[in-house]
Design a protein around this ligand. Structure first.
Ligand code: NAD
Ligand code: TYD
Length: 337
């Protein structure tokens, strides 16, 4: 039986992952190990928190002793590392916590994993490690790493450490690199929830630069299904790109949100560009599709509508976030009072 340590399971993708696997699989045991930073929210896990095969532990992945004790106490044989500082703009304001959690924390987890009987260690990574594309081409697994911001650099460092442990210690380690996710429970600092919530609240929608930067979008459940496939069948030492062939310029998404909510385009405000803003991401997941028989199931047009509707229907969830510390970050990033 798989006994999985999921780190960062109270964040956006991790909590969707836990809701998905604990409702889908009976023959697993899961420990959610999360520091509960500003981005960790146990409310995301209400529907599964009482399950007998689920345990939550508040802990930092940088703490070797606590990680090691947790692995041994719960006889963990699989590790999925979602835990990270994940927001590019925050990494531009200050990169220390990004280095600490993303690089050092992954290193601690890898070392602790050497002490157990490990079936698989899955490092959840991002296409941002490849840098930025011009108008042509796609990222493949052999594209050279060329991270362009502190967040991306810290994730690239973690990926390389994971692959180095696989080579050096012959550990069963795989890396996934996914494109931009959207869906329920995404912290409202990221493009889609931020724009939806501002539009609902009749606040300005701050678009960076010319609004023509391109991201490749995937619904979070498609990403999570890919992670389960790679955990089960991924080949040790391999990297798997995950994407749903859904490239969109930011301004198109912003207008789509305003259209859906029947709000005027006059809410759009072009603001200063992000320093070193990557122009375009686009990912080729042919390897994952061919080798592990995965394919995305959700169309962007449908899933983005469901996502907007989720934020409309779950005002209490994001209002509680907005009334807390997030306000300080919003003032810093967008220079409001
Ligand atoms: P998130 O910021 O929503 O959640 C991160 C979670 O990690 C939070 O619950 C937080 O409390 C926890 N955490 C942070 N530091 C920790 C520490 N030191 N110890 C233990 N827990 C800690 O992030 P997300 O968007 O859910 O991303 C999850 C993972 O997926 C990250 O590794 C990220 O790099 C990767 N990823 C994200 C995207 C995306 O579009 N969001 C795309 C590709 C890959
Ligand atoms: P984001 O959700 O931060 O993801 P990432 O930078 O990791 O891709 O941003 C997605 C795109 O949206 C990116 O090109 C930056 C842009 N953006 C804005 O234009 N305005 C905003 O307020 C935010 C948060 C992002």
């Amino acid at each position: 039986m798989k006994r999985i340590l999921v780190t960062g399971g109270a964040g956006f993708i991790g909590s969707n992952f836990l809701n998905y696997i604990l409702k889908t699989y009976d023959d697993i045991f899961v420990v959610n190990y999360d520091k509960l930073t500003y981005a960790g929210n146990l409310e995301n896990l209400r529907e599964i928190e009482a399950k007998k095969n689920y345990v939550f532990i508040k802990g930092d992945i940088v703490d070797h002793e606590q990680v090691s004790n947790t692995l041994k106490k719960y006889e963990i044989n699989n590790i999925i590392n979602f835990a990270a500082e994940s927001h590019v703009d925050r990494s531009i304001h200050s990169s220390y916590s990004f280095y600490e959690t993303n690089v050092l924390g992954t290193n601690v987890l890898l070392n602790a994993a050497r002490e157990i009987d490990l079936e698989k260690f899955l490092q959840v990574s991002t296409d941002e490690v490849y840098g930025s594309l011009s108008t042509e081409g796609l990222f493949t697994e052999t594209t050279a790493l060329n991270p362009k911001n502190p967040y991306a650099a810290s994730k690239a460092g973690a990926d390389l450490m994971a692959l180095a442990f696989c080579n050096t210690y012959k550990m069963p380690i795989v890396v996934t690199r996914c494109s931009n996710n959207y869906g329920p429970y995404q912290f409202p600092e990221k493009l889609i929830p931020l724009m939806v919530i501002n539009a609902i609240s009749n606040k300005e929608l701050p678009v960076y630069g010319d609004g023509l930067n391109i991201r490749d979008w995937i619904y979070v459940i498609d990403h999570n299904k890919a992670i389960m496939k790679v955990l089960e069948d991924g080949k040790s030492g391999e990297v798997y790109n995950v994407g749903a062939k859904s490239e969109k310029p930011n301004i198109e998404i912003v207008k789509l949100i305003l259209d859906y909510l029947e709000k005027p385009y006059s809410l759009i405000k072009y603001v200063n560009d992000r320093p070193g803003h990557d122009r375009r991401y686009a990912i080729d997941s042919a390897k994952l599709m061919a080798d592990l028989n995965w394919e995305p199931e959700y169309s962007f047009d449908r899933a983005i509508q469901d996502t907007i509707k989720w934020y409309l229907d779950n005002k209490n969830w994001w209002e509680r976030i907005l009334s807390g510390d997030y306000q300080n970050y919003y003032k810093l990033q967008y220079q409001t009072n």
